[in-house]
Ligand binder design. Structure first.
Ligand code: OXK
Ligand code: ADP
Ligand code: TPW
Ligand code: MG
Length: 569
């Protein structure tokens, strides 16, 4: 790699690609980068910190990428991840693809090698055609080749990540660009702060009228809140729509807390009944993908009409007919619906039936939570976690695993918007530690992660990152010794492909990094350890020993699994 420097008279004050990129990011409101450094971007990280900005340095780019994407989700501003070329880029690309899939705004910036050598495949240092590799996984991909294009390049990346449906954007920064120099005044003048990057998009009046008519005519209406609704940050509008109309609602996992789970209109604990029996369903920032059984089949019961609020026009009819599409930003659409639905009341037969089911489900669940078992199971351990966390509604809860995910989502209530980060649309494992760093860096408040032992293992080394930055993060490992279960029989002379080493002490791992490690075997010990760690504000890992026999395959989505019938009776 070579650093090309233009030859200019000595008296001219110069700037270079490094400085112009940093200034452009700052002008766009970016003050934090998540990444992992090396050739050719090491100096960019150093200079960024020297300017007083924050750099969270990770142990693997994928985790930095997850952090950037969750920071983007939480702040409605693209999270920025910085990586080195080829292998670093590829590690980051996983997170970029996940961000795009989840509609989180993120920018992956990677250094890249010399174009002339890469394009002739002459074997440059970390050679790879990164721009083209990124295209299918990103919402947009750009390369900046000239210093004078840095302002436009960064603005374009920001706008692509934020406008319309948010997503992941790749920005390719050739090593040569970083070292390129230009007259400082000229360079400075080429930068600008873009205006109105996420513009309001008003729904058409006839579309609003169609939706209003449908909802008003409903006997059993239901509002389904998705993470798009949480992302939109119009929490009061959404709550007002729900309360003014009396329509019951159910949240998708990351929309939990947008309106409190304990709200009288929350039908989460009657989810199956609500989905099946409803006649008009209003989707607010939620796609009818696999998580919603594609809007059809026995989950949805009989005839159903859908109203869908989404900024992405071609999301409509993607799985089933949308009877009243409302294309626009959620705040504008919800406010238009509120105006049209003034005076609407929802039948108490419907809300009463749901409330009855909610009460029955809650008492059934509480009975399970309150049943002591010789070894902790998911219900009684998560019940203990729930009871501690209800006193700390402001904490961000990070959650991944299979049983550890599904039981936590069901048992632990959320009270405030955007306080739950999880494996999202892909059910991706490994997002947890990045999400912890993102939440701590964005909120400056305590973070609690409930992690399956497998899920945690994808990013365990980031415990060092958490301790290095002294973040107020408590990681709880639901340690059942395996994927789904820890008691699977192993074939002769082998260890089952679903099992982990039962001697593993995750608490000791944390201690080795200077954090606090605790091992607990009862709900009481778990509650005490969690309470103490939240109060301490210090990096803590609680190794919660769970009955190896407690889990079920794939948690609540075992129905999606494929099992061979050959040789089975
Ligand atoms: C909910 N429920 C409750 C409560 N809340 N009961 C009592 N009290 C409270 N507070 C009830 C609810 O009514 C449901 O029962 C049940 O608990 C489960 O609710 P919920 O909301 O979790 O819904 P469900 O049916 O499990 O599934 C919806 C889902 C969700 C698909 C959107 O499961 C989900 O987000 N899944 C993500 C799965 C995932 O990504 N896994 C990671 C990878 S696993 P009923 O009686 O009303 O039905 C994997 O990849 O491989 O194994 C792999
Ligand atoms: P969930 O997994 O919670 O069901 P999804 O990720 O499937 O949620 O859906 C989120 C949807 O929200 C996406 O279709 C996205 O286009 C939409 N969305 C995101 N932000 C906005 C916004 N500000 N206005 C309208 N729609 C939005
Ligand atoms: C990137 C497949 C889904 S859930 C899971 C795996 C490996 C782990 C479940 O075990 P865990 O939880 O975390 O110990 P528990 O409580 O049920 O025992 N690779 C990626 N993503 C996914 N989803 C998988 C693999 C998977
Ligand atoms: Mg496990």
């Amino acid at each position: 790699m070579s650093n090309e420097t233009a030859i200019l008279p000595e008296s001219t004050e110069l700037t270079d690609g490094f400085h112009l990129i940093m200034e452009a990011l700052e002008m766009n409101g970016i003050d934090t980068i998540y990444g992992l450094l090396g050739i050719p971007v090491t100096e960019l990280g150093r200079l960024w910190q020297a300017r007083g900005n924050r750099f969270y340095s990770f142990r693997n780019e994928v985790n930095a990428g997850y952090a950037a994407s969750f920071a983007g989700y939480l702040t409605k501003k693209p999270g920025v991840c910085l990586t080195v070329s080829a292998p670093g880029f590829l590690n980051g690309l996983n997170a970029l693809a996940n961000a795009t899939t989840n509609c989180f705004p993120m920018i992956l910036i990677s250094g890249s090698s010399e174009r002339e050598i890469v394009d002739l495949q002459q074997g440059d240092y970390e050679e790879m055609d990164q721009l083209n590799m990124a295209r299918p996984y990103a919402k947009a991909s750009y390369r900046i080749n000239r210093v004078e294009d840095i302002g436009v390049g960064v603005a374009r990346a920001m706008r692509a990540a934020l406008s319309g449906r948010p997503g992941g954007v790749y920005l390719d920064i050739p090593a040569r660009l970083l070292g390129q120099t230009v007259d400082a005044v000229e360079g400075g003048n080429s930068l600008f702060a873009p205006v109105d990057m996420s513009p309001a998009q008003l729904p058409a009046p006839d579309a609003v009228a169609r939706a209003v008519e449908l909802i008003k005519g409903a006997k059993k209406p239901l509002i389904l809140l998705g993470k798009g609704a949480a992302y939109a940050q119009c929490d009061e509008q959404i709550k007002a729509l729900i309360e003014e109309t009396g329509i019951p609602f159910t949240p998708m996992s990351m929309a939990k807390g947008l309106v409190p789970d304990t709200h009288p209109q929350c039908a989460a604990a009657a989810r199956s009944l609500a989905l099946k029996e409803s006649d008009v369903v209003v989707l607010v920032g939620a796609r009818l993908n696999w998580l919603l059984s594609h809007g059809k089949g026995k989950t949805w019961g009989g005839a159903k009409k859908f109203v869908q609020i989404d900024i992405q026009a071609n999301e409509m009819d993607s799985n089933v007919k949308i009877d009243a599409p409302l294309v626009g930003d959620i705040e504008s659409c919800v406010s238009a619906l509120r105006a049209g639905l003034k005076g609407m009341a929802t039948s108490t037969d419907w809300t009463g039936a749901l409330a009855e089911k909610v009460a029955a489900s809650k008492s059934k669940l509480n009975a399970r939570i309150n049943t002591a078992t010789p070894a902790m199971n998911y219900a009684n351990s998560l019940g203990a976690i729930r009871d501690v966390l209800k006193n700390y509604p402001d904490i961000t809860l990070v959650n991944e695993g299979a049983n550890a995910l599904d039981n936590c989502r069901m048992i632990v209530d959320q009270y405030l918007p955007r306080r739950r980060l999880d494996s999202g649309t892909w059910g991706i494992m490994g997002m947890g530690m990045g999400a912890c760093v993102a939440a701590a860096s964005v909120t400056d408040k305590p973070v609690v992660a409930v992690e399956g032992d497998s899920a945690f293992g994808f990013a365990g080394m980031e415990l060092e990152t958490i301790t290095r930055y002294d973040l107020p993060v408590t990681v709880i490992i639901m340690n059942n010794g395996g994927i789904y279960r820890g008691d699977e029989n192993s074939p002769a002379h082998q260890v089952s492909c679903m099992l982990f080493n039962p001697a593993t002490r995750y608490d000791k791992m944390m201690e080795s990094f200077g954090g606090k490690g605790v091992r607990v075997t009862t709900p009481e010990e778990l509650a005490a350890a969690l309470e103490a760690s939240i109060k301490s504000g210090k990096p803590t890992l609680i190794d919660a020993v769970i009955d190896p026999a407690a889990g079920v395959e794939s948690g609540r989505i075992g129905n999606l699994n494929v099992v061979s019938q050959i040789g089975k009776k």
